[in-house]
Design a protein around this ligand. Structure first.
Ligand code: ADP
Ligand code: ZN
Length: 575
């Protein structure tokens, strides 16, 4: 809860309690008036028995009788000239314009309740800034559906591919449920900010022609305890009423952070998270509602979110490579008058590590520049100045200004992995090599798919170690022994782990015995270290012998950033 709201809430509670105390005192001190039928009252009036009347705008009036004690009340006819009529009848009339005292208190309480409600509403409204909020921010349905589809998402082919079946399911849930197929209820998009996670979720809804509901996890946790949970239930209720839909929860990490030691947990957050999980669990099969959550910190998520039936499909939405950047730029240039001198290919090449949002922003800045000058079209100079603004403005947050030198180190390192994988075992398939950093923190990566096997031979393990260590080897070959980097730490860990298993568990070292069982720590450590060093030297030799191929791969990576297996093969064979 924001402190401001907390203060107002506090004051409201104090006022409410005070007015209840006042009301209590009022009831105790006050004589309870006795009700009298209106016709009896009129008779008493005619007979001159009514002594005094308190008259107001309220529904009731109170009066006293000459011959009986106590206060009486009856319906107030609220007729015109009633007061004059009473006065003419010789009754003492006092006016109570603010109506009956009890009513007054009720009105006060009602006003306070109203105020409270208003504050509450304001708090909720505050949530809807920037695409959050309970109310569906964007509802695409019916004819509007094609406002956003996969055509609006450039690049991201792998991600599109992995959500395609969900779109089919959203279109026709019956088709899948008839076969007893269980579709994921939740999908987790992870990737850097601005890579198009929201866009992709929206496009899913658009493609399927179902409503899109967007909220942000961070908005839920600023509420009063219980409110976030209620809003989650409300959101799902809305979606269920609409039948089908995509519910998008941005910044799910705000809700589903790992619980820290069970202590000092945030009640509100936990309640909201539980409400979310309960709602997801409650979907009956074939409801046609899919929850998409997004985060740029998948490592911080509570495991509870990942269990089956929850967010059990994870899709990485990565930074665009050069090709994708070219497509994103083309897409966003569509509605902009670009001078023919602007070369989007060049721009795509120069915008390594730019996210889709940054590319879009860059073109937009350039357009603003041209508009300011009143030019007919966007000139290369507009693009250049927008480019520098983007770089300077994003110095800290992004890696867009990554040093050429670092890029080059990554390229050689990954080329080392890819080439060694290919050379040691032709059955290894290199799926993808890239120097685009991933959300998991790697500078780049090389995805090799080893052949499917039930057992690994001694040679397989040695080759695996070689592939792991090849990144460091390539760094050494290109930059010299003193310039190797920290980028290989994971690789070294992996190789050492394998060496350890090789020597102990698998009995492939100097002794068949599992020496970890024998607590033979010292000699095991020595042997692992020696084995790792030997393998390193072997890899170094292999890469030295194939230096031309290594260099060709590294250079092509620097240029294209991402290579697939066929491209790697081609470069290696023609080098
Ligand atoms: P995220 O949710 O990952 O932070 P968004 O989906 O909000 O990113 O992206 C912000 C904007 O950036 C989009 O509205 C779009 O204009 C642009 N954008 C990002 N990725 C792409 C892409 N792959 N294709 C086209 N535009 C993109
Ligand atoms: Zn590596």
């Amino acid at each position: 809860m924001k402190p401001k709201y907390r203060n107002i809430l506090g004051v409201a509670i104090i006022i409410a309690v005070l007015s209840m105390i006042l009301a209590g005192a009022y009831f105790i001190n006050r004589q309870q008036p006795q009700f009298m039928e209106y016709n009896l009252f009129m008779t008493a009036l005619e007979e001159g028995q009514v002594e005094s009347i308190t008259l107001g705008d309220g529904a009731m009036l109170t009066f006293t009788l000459a011959e009986r004690d106590g206060l009486y009340t009856t319906n107030n006819p609220r007729r015109e000239n009633f007061k004059e009529f009473l006065l003419l009848s010789g009754v003492y009339v006092s006016e109570n314009t603010t109506t009956d005292g009890i009513l007054q208190i009720f009105i006060t309480i009602a006003l306070l309740a109203g105020l409270f409600f208003f504050i509450h509403r304001r708090a909720n409204a505050g949530m809807s800034k920037a695409g959050g909020g309970l109310a569906p921010v964007t509802v695409q349905s019916g004819t509007e559906q094609k406002l956003c589809g996969f055509d609006n998402v450039a690049g991201n082919l792998e991600a599109k591919e992995s959500v395609k079946d969900i779109v089919d399911y959203l279109k026709e849930p019956e088709r899948f449920t008839r076969y007893g197929a269980r579709m994921p209820r939740g999908i987790l998009f992870h990737g850097k900010p601005g890579t198009g996670k929201t866009l992709m979720a929206r496009a899913m809804a658009g493609e399927a022609g179902v409503p899109f509901y967007a909220v942000s996890g961070s908005d839920f946790v600023q509420m009063y305890v219980g409110v976030g949970a209620a809003r989650v239930r409300d959101l799902f209720k809305k979606a269920r009423e609409a039948g089908k839909g995509v519910i998008f929860i941005d910044e799910i990490d705000a809700l589903g952070k790992k619980r820290s030691d069970g202590l000092n947990g945030n009640d509100e957050r936990e309640q909201t998270l539980n409400a979310l999980l309960t709602e997801m669990q409650g979907f009956s099969e074939g409801t046609g509602i899919v929850v998409v959550a997004a985060t740029n910190r998948p490592d911080t998520l509570d495991e509870a979110l990942m269990r089956p039936g929850r967010f059990d499909r994870r899709v990485e939405i990565g930074l665009p490579d050069m090709n994708a950047r070219r497509q994103i730029l083309a897409l966003h240039a569509q509605d902009k008058p670009l001078s023919t001198e602007v070369d989007l290919d060049d721009l795509a090449r120069d915008t390594v590590f730019f996210s889709g949002a940054m590319l879009e922003g860059l073109l937009n800045d350039a357009a603003i520049g041209a508009a300011r000058r009143g030019d007919e079209s966007i000139q290369p100079s507009d693009i250049t100045s927008a480019y520098y603004t983007a770089l300077a403005g994003s110095e800290k947050k992004d890696r867009s200004n990554i040093r050429e030198r670092d890029k080059s180190i990554t390229a050689w390192h990954e080329a080392g992995h890819a080439l060694t994988a290919m050379l040691t075992n032709p059955e290894n398939r290199v799926a993808k090599v890239t120097i685009i950093p991933s959300t998991s923190g790697a500078g780049g990566f090389c995805a090799t798919i080893p052949p499917e096997r039930m057992y690994f031979t001694k040679q397989d393990l040695r080759q695996q170690m070689m592939v792991s260590l090849a990144g460091r080897c390539a760094e050494q070959l290109c930059f010299g022994e003193d310039n190797v980097t920290t980028g290989a730490s994971n690789d070294i860990e992996k190789a050492t782990t394998t060496a350890m298993q090789y020597v102990t568990k698998f009995g492939m070292g100097t002794s068949l015995a599992d020496r970890s069982l024998l607590k033979d720590t010292d000699s095991v450590a020595k042997e692992c270290a020696a084995l790792t060093d030997t393998i390193y030297q072997e890899t170094l030799g292999l890469l030295q012998k194939n230096y031309n191929a290594l260099q060709a791969l590294a250079e092509r990576l620097l240029d294209k950033e991402t290579l697939d297996g066929d491209e790697v093969l081609e470069i290696v064979t023609s080098a």
